[in-house]
Design a protein around this ligand. Structure first.
Ligand code: CO
Length: 174
């Protein structure tokens, strides 16, 4: 895969429900994938993060641009991320490039401790209780085939499902 812009997979696409595969080769292909994800994210104004399944690649890679400033060199790439510890919960509104126009309040732990590998395969650890924590949790869910709407209460989920059926009819989602 070259570093071109890929189509963002929208809710309904089966790749979003697959458990993504562990990355074992830290080579040029992985770098190309990360670059492609970054280009694709930057092509979507509202995008601040992306997981590989969202461009149809079922591998455990996620990228995060927390500068909001579209700084290519400031993108954080997490390969094979593993969330080790979590703390108290908080509510934050989330959106997702795979759910155009959908924003929902989601409860998740505030603080996380995450272990991941960088593009060279070096193991890194990170502890955060800022917005970055929230984004890493959302993206790491993607690698397990979990979507943010799965974290809604059943009542709220039922309401959202109605909305999603309308969007599907309109062709906004699949
Ligand atoms: Co998402």
């Amino acid at each position: 895969m070259s570093d071109e812009i890929e189509r963002i997979r929208i809710y309904g696409d089966p790749v979003l429900r697959k458990k993504a595969e562990e990355v074992t080769e830290f080579d040029g292909n992985l770098e190309d994938l990360a670059n492609c994800m970054t280009e694709t994210m930057f092509a979507n104004e509202s995008g601040i993060a992306l997981a590989a399944p969202q461009i149809g690649v079922s591998r455990r890679v996620e990228i995060i641009d927390l500068t909001f400033g579209k700084e290519f060199d400031n993108v954080l790439t997490l390969v094979n991320p593993e969330i080790l510890e979590t703390g108290d919960e908080e509510v934050i509104e989330e959106g997702c490039l795979s759910f155009p126009g959908i924003f929902e309040d989601i409860v998740r732990p505030k603080k996380i401790h995450v272990r991941y590998q960088d593009l060279n395969g070096d193991v890194k650890e990170l502890e955060t209780d800022t917005f970055l924590s929230r984004v890493i949790q959302h993206e790491t869910d993607h690698l397990d085939g979990i979507l943010f709407v799965d974290r809604l209460s059943s009542v709220k989920r039922a309401m959202l499902d109605k909305k999603l059926r309308i969007l599907a009819k309109e062709g906004v989602i699949e």
